[in-house]
Design a protein around this ligand. Structure first.
Ligand code: PEP
Length: 250
């Protein structure tokens, strides 16, 4: 059985003191990690004190980005070596906002994913289609193209330990969530692509999250679907009560 994983993506929100008061408020109330993996992916500015603050609890910390290089002359980048040294657990890779606003390509995303595994972090690899692509009947082609390139060269073992966040771009931050039926079909398609690129065992092991306007009021319906193993949550992960409510609904 795949363990559910709920990850908050705070994006470029919160100050250090806001981040720390969130962590203090939720860290001892998250459900046990044998039931659900709970994480918040915060600005790189807060990762060190956040990791320190959650030590010994079931809350894990993730980065929202990671470099595909270890170190060197890459101004502004976030080293996977430094993330591992801090005991950061996850790194979001290929979020649609990074694909769109920072021109991240599938090749670059693939390189980051490999590097992240090399240093023992767990990637949360995002994929998803625009509204235009969905309405134009291109959903399958877009997802297959993204995943084929993003996963190229990864081993069966790595993909089995990967988290894939399926996030339809039209549902991110818009309040327009996919129906649970559409989200299930899309997450199943993601799993089918993994099966075709690897095999059934890998496809059964990989965890697939749905992301796009998930909130405490709708998470139960998503989590009841057989191919949805969790959620990547933006807006509804920012408030402690809402984040805890998401976890309690799993
Ligand atoms: C996200 O940032 O990945 C996301 C899904 O955001 P929201 O939950 O706000 O739609």
């Amino acid at each position: 059985m795949r363990k559910p994983i709920i990850a908050g993506n705070w994006k470029m929100n919160k100050t250090l003191s806001e981040a720390m008061s969130f962590v203090e408020e939720v860290k001892n109330s998250v459900p046990a990690s044998d039931k659900v993996d709970a994480a918040v992916c915060a600005s790189a500015l807060f990762l060190a004190p956040m990791v320190e603050a959650v030590k010994g609890t079931d809350l894990k910390i993730g980065s929202q980005n990671v470099s595909d290089k270890d170190s060197g002359a890459y101004t502004g980048e976030i080293s996977p070596v430094a993330l591992k040294d801090l005991n950061v657990t996850y790194a979001i890779i290929g979020h649609s906002e990074r694909r769109e606003y920072y021109s991240e390509t599938d090749e670059f995303i693939n390189s980051k994913t490999k590097k992240t595994f090399e240093h023992g972090l767990t990637p949360i690899l995002c994929c998803g289609e625009t509204l235009e692509e969905r309405e134009g009947g291109k959903f399958e082609e877009v997802i297959r193209t993204q995943l084929t390139a993003d996963l190229a060269g990864l081993t069966e073992d790595q993909v089995s330990n990967l988290v894939i966040a399926y996030e339809p771009i039209w549902a991110i931050g818009t309040g327009k969530s996919a129906t649970e039926k559409d989200a299930q079909e899309s997450c199943k398609f993601v799993r089918d692509v993994v099966a075709s690129l690897y095999n059934e065992n890998v496809a059964e092991a990989v965890r697939v999250q749905y992301g796009g306007s998930v909130k405490p009021e709708n998470i139960k319906e998503y989590m009841a679907q057989p191919d949805i193993d969790g959620a990547l949550v933006g807006g509804a992960s920012l408030e402690p009560a809402s984040f805890l409510a998401l976890l309690e609904a799993v």
